[in-house]
Design a protein around this ligand. Structure first.
Ligand SMILES: [Zn+2]
Length: 372
């Protein structure tokens, strides 16, 4: 059924209003998530209460945005101020839900996109508060992205998984080269059974022999490490150097069995696969938090978030989003003059931009270059 323009408009406005109100309600739930997940508390029970005096909030005090405005930013019970961040997060969620409804008014795609936005808002503020990326949200978001792929991702599940691994691999390898520069080639301490050295080894094999061989090599290395007491590790300067050479050789040497594109896919998919699988392993290993040192090993939240974003938006739109994140992050970081800037909020912003406009930006860029 085709709708006339005025009919579409008359549907769009009520949908946008509904989306804003629904988003504000979800935003009020996100306030609870942001506060309780890092503290390891249930997000369902107990019901919300004033953080200052513990007064349990009644239904009238739980209306998103309005309650805060009507109570003039104070608790009804103890009169202490309530942070303006609570209504701000509710308004932000409402606004982004309305934007999503305007840009992608199809069901069930819109429901999934709302979930995507909600997870990104929670991850952003948790990172601002604690510099942490809870695995339940990053891996949960990745799993949901794969589930949603048939509805919102061109090509469905399999290319979404590809993109997730490639995006995670890209960020993990950028991290790796960064560390290599900072430590002047020494790299990280090897860690068993799976550590960064496993990831770089897998990426290298992937770059020379393709994605499947790279993944097999990585998991084989992991398995052998798990069975023996010592950790086999090639120097990171060697693996990371060879990893870059793979796609280059494939591109330059005529008749090379692997195309340059396949070599690049091998590098990123094998690296990202080990990064995400290893990250999951360490997430479970470090559950009891007996040894904080170990958690650092594959605990890179940015890489896990990159995996999630890749599944939702695709690899090249993810790259566009990463550029947005780096540029906006640099500008705001300079403006705030802060040394340690949480990267997750910017990556999340880049992810939302990439979801809605990534493909358009790529098309525009290609036609701008005149190769389209
Ligand atoms: Zn109170």
């Amino acid at each position: 059924m085709l709708l006339s323009q005025s009919e579409t408009l008359s549907l769009a406005i009520p949908l946008a209003i509904f989306a804003f109100v629904f988003g504000a309600i979800i935003g009020s739930f996100l306030n609870v998530v942001i506060y309780r997940i890092p503290a390891g508390r249930s997000i369902v029970r107990p019901p919300s209460s004033c953080p200052r005096c513990g007064h349990r909030l009644r239904p009238l005090e739980l209306i998103p945005i309005l309650s805060w405005v009507l109570q003039q930013g104070r608790c009804n019970h103890c009169g202490q101020p309530i942070s303006a961040r609570y209504p701000a997060i509710e308004a932000l969620t409402g606004a982004l839900f309305a934007v999503a409804a305007a840009l992608r008014p199809e069901f069930p795609a819109l429901l999934f996109i709302w979930a995507f936005i909600a997870i990104l808002i929670a991850l952003s503020f948790i990172d601002i508060d604690t510099y942490e990326v809870p695995d339940v949200l990053s891996y949960g978001g990745l799993a949901l992205g794969l589930l949603a792929a048939p509805f919102i991702f061109p090509g469905g599940f399999s290319p979404a998984l590809d993109a997730a691994l490639m995006a995670a691999g890209l960020l993990a390898l950028i991290n790796g080269y960064g560390v290599l520069v900072v430590t002047r080639g020494r790299g990280n301490k090897p860690e068993g059974p799976v550590g960064l050295q496993t990831l770089y080894f897998a990426a290298t094999v992937g770059a020379w022999l393709g994605p499947a061989a790279g993944l097999v090599a990585g998991f084989l290395n992991w398995g052998l490490n798990a069975r023996s007491t010592r950790v086999w590790a090639a120097p990171e300067a060697l693996t990371l150097g060879l990893a870059l050479l793979g796609p280059l050789v494939a591109w330059l040497v005529p008749g090379w069995p692997l195309s340059a594109q396949e070599a690049l896919r091998g590098l990123l998919i094998a690296g990202g696969g080990i990064a995400l699988a290893g990250g999951l392993y360490w997430a479970f290993r470090s559950m009891p938090e007996e040894d904080e040192e170990e958690v650092v090993v594959l605990g890179f939240g940015d890489v896990k978030l990159a995996g999630m974003l890749g599944a939702w938006v695709g690899f090249w739109p993810f790259v566009v989003g990463m550029f947005v994140a780096v540029v906006v992050g640099a500008v705001i970081g300079l403006a705030l003059r802060e040394r340690k800037v949480p990267f997750v909020p910017y990556l999340a912003l880049g992810g939302v931009v990439a979801l809605f406009f990534g493909q358009q930006i790529i098309n525009w860029y290609i036609s701008y270059l005149g190769i389209g």
